[in-house]
Design a protein around this ligand. Structure first.
Ligand code: ISE
Length: 335
């Protein structure tokens, strides 16, 4: 039978997921849209087959209207949705971050463990991107030798008014805090933020681009250029330096054009197209696992690890210099 999904939050991400669940994902359908804003809720309902709108997640749970929840509200609204979902034993795909700080992430972990089984997948979709997966395989295979360095760039053309200085870490670098240890097979030991010369096109309230330096437990050194006012397009690249070779992902792909003395290729304008394949694969993997009664992908523990890294990153961004990161060993429940 069809897996009935309640989508919580019908903003940009929620609307994108509703479209994906309705048109692309097999074995699932949107049965509920949980969104207090009537205008957004109605717009979202129009792109579903026959979903019902609810004001609060508790209402959808009590009505027995959902088999799974996809949470696409801002991070500070995740905990009040995750706790009742866990209580009701409902598998949940939660957009990043799990929650905005380590303390609230711990509360979610404790509730999940008390419930006795894993229910949460965190939306670190890069793990489902084909090129990231290839690079991870290359690292694991040892075909190019030992990994020494990762040189990352995360570039946005511009950011919305709601984006604040700390969003550089909590909204954007949050992705690298998940994917870098996953690629390199080693946790982050320290983080340090440096400021580049300020981009004159950066909004008044922000100071960027920044360079984020990470040292991993296994000695791999990582530098990340985080840049959110670069205008030309959306670009997320990684170069891996091995003892006897390099590998690159995230480069422009597709048709090449020669015209009027110029050579060009297309570039992405935002993350919905850059990571479209990753989002599709992520949501399909979540649905398949939930229907089989299991979980897959990044866990709530991964969400907690990243929240700890973000706290250190924000401290360094605020002038705290190099910060060490201490993460307790992974509990057996999440191993
Ligand atoms: C946004 O929230 C995302 O998740 C994007 O992947 C990232 O590139 C952007 O910087 C964030 O604001």
């Amino acid at each position: 039978s069809t897996f009935r999904v309640g989508v919580v939050g019908a903003g940009m991400m929620g609307a994108d997921h509703i479209k994906r669940l309705t048109q692309t994902i097999s074995g699932a359908d949107v049965s509920a849209v949980i969104e207090p804003d009537a205008e957004r809720a109605n717009a979202a309902l129009e792109s579903t087959r026959d979903a019902t709108a609810y004001m609060r997640v508790e209402d959808a749970l009590e009505a027995g209207a959902v088999d799974g929840l996809l949470v696409a509200t801002p991070g500070f609204l995740h905990e009040p949705v995750l706790l009742p979902a866990i209580e009701a034993g409902i598998p949940t795909l939660c957009e990043k971050p799990l929650t905005p700080d380590p303390e609230s992430s711990l509360r979610v972990l404790e509730a999940e463990q008390a419930g006795g089984r894993r229910l949460i997948q965190v939306g670190f979709m890069r793990r489902f991107d084909p090129e990231y997966r290839q690079m991870r395989q290359l690292v694991e295979s040892g075909d190019s030798g030992e990994l020494l360095l990762l040189r990352c760039a995360h570039r946005n053309p511009q950011v919305p008014d709601s984006y604040q200085q700390e969003s550089l870490i909590n909204d954007s670098v949050v992705h690298e805090f998940d994917i870098v240890p996953w690629l390199a097979g080693s946790p982050i030991r320290s983080v340090e933020v440096k400021f580049a010369r300020r981009n004159p096109l950066t909004p008044e309230r922000l100071r960027e681009p920044i360079l984020v330096l990470m040292e991993l437990e296994n000695g791999v050194l990582v530098d990340l250029e985080m840049n959110v006012s670069i205008q030309f397009g959306y670009q997320v690249t990684t170069e891996a330096v091995f003892d006897s070779g390099v590998a690159r992902i995230g480069e422009p792909a597709g048709m090449q054009t020669w015209r009027s003395g110029r050579f060009s290729m297309g570039e992405h304008a935002d993350f919905t197209t850059r990571f479209a394949t990753a989002y599709d694969a992520q949501v399909q993997a979540w649905v398949d696992a939930a229907r089989a009664g299991t979980t897959t992908g990044p866990s709530a523990w991964d969400g907690y690890r990243v929240a700890v890294a973000c706290e250190a990153g924000v401290a360094s961004l605020g002038g705290g210099g190099q910060r060490t990161i201490d993460i307790p060993p992974t509990p057996a429940f999440y191993a």
